[in-house]
Design a protein around this ligand. Structure first.
Ligand SMILES: [Zn+2]
Ligand SMILES: [Zn+2]
Length: 354
């Protein structure tokens, strides 16, 4: 409500506990802040990890969520790029634009930001959110843009592109495999096609996700529960393996699979969030000119992605399977948590409150 000092938000209350409850509406703390009224937001796999208690930095009482689009409600005196009423895309990464890492375009490592939204500070699954360093952490939404599609640019599209495709050095004609056909793996699949690889093999355990991957441009799919993925990849590549083996799950078994299917001279870009150490088969890889990379998304490709969505070169709307009102967020969580049964990719929650 305008003028009101309270709002509704999704609050973490320790492992396994969350509530949609009243919280104070955020206010400007620093001159570089903006307060944004959320129009649309979504749930990320990372939020499920937080709710399980896997991210101990998130403490009781934290509003979670790090993706969304909204309208500027108020800006601090130091904000020059935005004013009240502007429609903005919220980046999952907050960046000051001034520190050593920001100067190197490594916004994810920003000394005054990085991934803090819905992690170290209150996030976007709320009616309002405070965004620090607003000039660098928000992007203007062009008039007439599909705002629902743009929610996919807060995190998953730049993550798939930067951590998977760019770090994997995908080139025209490459054969690539993406291990994991969840939203991030599918975002990598969509953005890999900017570089016209010749074959894209998707590997997952869920037949529905593999079916979706086919409609998104995968040339082959492998259900690794029903077929041996190493044998199948080798038979598809004349025994050579793939030029790029992307890890988009975050488990030891999937990272090990990437090591077994990568070709000589190939790349293994890691995208997944790992909680356990994995085996490195250096005795088999040391002489094969392999590059393994890790990265957190820097969202440096967001302006470019905005243009490709605007021009219709890429349609991230395809990733959205379910829609809810913001105050139906508990139902949205249930749908996202039971993704296999409910065939969920990304859910969108729309704030319809005035
Ligand atoms: Zn995320
Ligand atoms: Zn910085």
């Amino acid at each position: 409500m305008p003028g009101s000092k309270v709002m509704k938000a999704l609050v973490y209350h320790g492992p396994g506990k969350k509530a949609w409850e009243e919280k104070p509406k955020p206010v400007i703390k620093d001159p570089t802040d903006a307060v944004v009224k959320i129009l649309k937001t979504t749930i990320c796999g990372t939020d499920l990890h937080i709710l399980k208690g896997d991210v101990p930095a998130v403490t009781d009482g934290r509003i979670i969520g790090h993706e969304g689009v909204g309208i500027i409600e108020e800006v601090g005196k130091g904000v020059t790029n935005f004013k009240k009423g502007d429609h903005v895309l919220i980046s999952c990464i907050t960046s000051c634009g001034k520190c050593e890492y920001c100067k190197k375009q490594m916004y994810s490592q920003c000394e005054n930001g990085g991934w803090i939204l819905g992690h170290l500070i209150d996030g976007t699954q709320a009616e309002y959110v405070r965004i620090p360093h607003a000039d660098n952490s928000l992007y203007p939404i062009p008039k007439g843009a599909d705002e629902e599609a743009l929610v996919m640019l807060s995190d998953i599209l730049p993550t798939g592109l930067e951590c998977g495709v760019l770090n994997g050095k995908v080139k025209p004609g490459d054969t690539i495999a993406i291990v994991g056909a969840g939203p991030i793996g599918l975002a990598a699949l969509l953005t890999a096609q900017f570089f016209t690889p010749s074959e894209i093999i998707m590997i997952d355990l869920d037949d529905n996700r593999l079916k979706v991957a086919k409609t998104f441009g995968a040339t082959h799919t492998i259900n690794s529960e029903k077929e041996n993925p190493v044998e199948k990849v080798m038979s598809l590549t004349n025994g050579k393996g793939v030029d790029v083996a992307m890890e988009a799950v975050g488990l030891p078994v999937t990272f090990e699979l990437c090591q077994k299917i990568v070709a000589i001279g190939g790349h293994i870009p890691n995208i997944g969030v790992h909680g356990k150490s994995v085996d490195l088969f250096l005795e088999k890889l040391w002489f094969r000119n392999i590059t393994i990379t890790t990265r957190l998304v820097d969202t440096v490709t967001t302006p470019m992605l905005l243009k490709t969505v605007q021009s219709g070169k890429i349609d991230p709307r395809k990733l959205i399977t379910h829609r809810f009102k913001l105050d139906q967020i508990m139902e949205a969580y249930d749908t996202f948590e039971n993704a296999g049964k409910k065939k969920t990719l990304k859910v969108i929650m729309t704030n319809e409150n005035e």
